[in-house]
Design a protein around this ligand. Structure first.
Ligand SMILES: [Zn+2]
Ligand SMILES: [Zn+2]
Length: 250
């Protein structure tokens, strides 16, 4: 039971940063914040993603390429180019690594206005940090596991950030409903998204990538956007209202 509670907290805290910081801020810039808070978000990502820490700038570049080349051979992660979820995960990992290590040749236009903290990324991405996190996770499992099978969940803990990324990238281009007819395979995974911080509304998001609120129907509810509204009330972020304007549904 304690393991499941730990996994639940890990899922929501890690995905909060991937959705609100990596996706909405680094890739799309739907809100602004001070350099101090930007650094706090880097640290928050490290504390919640641990072994599966994701560089916000590398993520931002990769995700912009996904929007620019959705479902084509240049898409860094498309189920159209992968036969199953594991090959998609591997393809995403390789493309991410090439961007992070600057091996990939990226056009300048995708590299503008990114949150960059290279020194921190190097430490958080280093094998030493990953080894410390892995030991901490194993110690936690030893403390909390009450049955042997619970250790089978350890790989989920170790790869949490990557799993969350591939979950959205696979399912949201495979299964779900469409509010908009698009020239790509994007889908909304769940009508009521209580699992993905609003990332389930992927068809809505492909239609309006720079809109902070991914919920476009009365029954849709974007938890990540609600969190941003709270952060704005606390004067931590400033949502770019120009792109929040209601738009006509098609
Ligand atoms: Zn997509
Ligand atoms: Zn996006």
């Amino acid at each position: 039971m304690a393991i499941l509670l730990m996994l639940t907290i890990h899922w929501y805290s890690s995905l909060f940063f991937q959705s609100v910081f990596h996706h909405r801020y680094a890739a799309h810039g739907v809100y602004s914040m001070s350099p101090f808070w930007e650094k706090m978000f880097f640290i928050g990502s490290f504390l919640t993603q641990g072994t599966s820490y994701i560089s916000a700038s590398a993520y931002g570049i990769m995700h912009r390429l996904h929007h620019a080349h959705t479902d084509t051979e240049h898409d860094p992660h498309s189920p159209s180019n992968s036969s199953n979820i594991f090959t998609l995960m591997w393809q995403t990992r390789n493309n991410y690594r090439d961007i992070y290590t600057k091996k990939a040749d990226i056009p300048e236009k995708y590299m503008q206005n990114l949150p960059v903290w290279e020194k921190f990324d190097r430490i958080a991405h280093g094998w030493q940090a990953k080894a410390i996190w892995a030991i901490l996770y194993i110690l936690l499992y030893v403390q909390l596991a009450t049955h042997w099978w619970m250790y089978l969940l350890l790989p989920v803990t170790l790869t949490m950030g990557a799993l969350q990324g591939v979950a959205v990238n696979w399912w949201a281009h495979k299964f779900g409903y469409e509010n908009y007819k698009m020239k790509n395979t994007s889908k909304n995974i769940l009508p009521l998204d209580i699992l993905f911080w609003g990332e389930a509304y992927h068809n809505n998001h492909h239609k309006h990538p720079n809109r902070p609120d991914n919920a476009h129907r009365w029954y849709e509810w974007d938890m990540g956007y609600k969190a941003l509204v709270v952060l704005e009330k606390l004067r931590i972020v400033k949502i770019k209202r120009a792109v929040v304007k209601p738009i006509a549904l098609q």
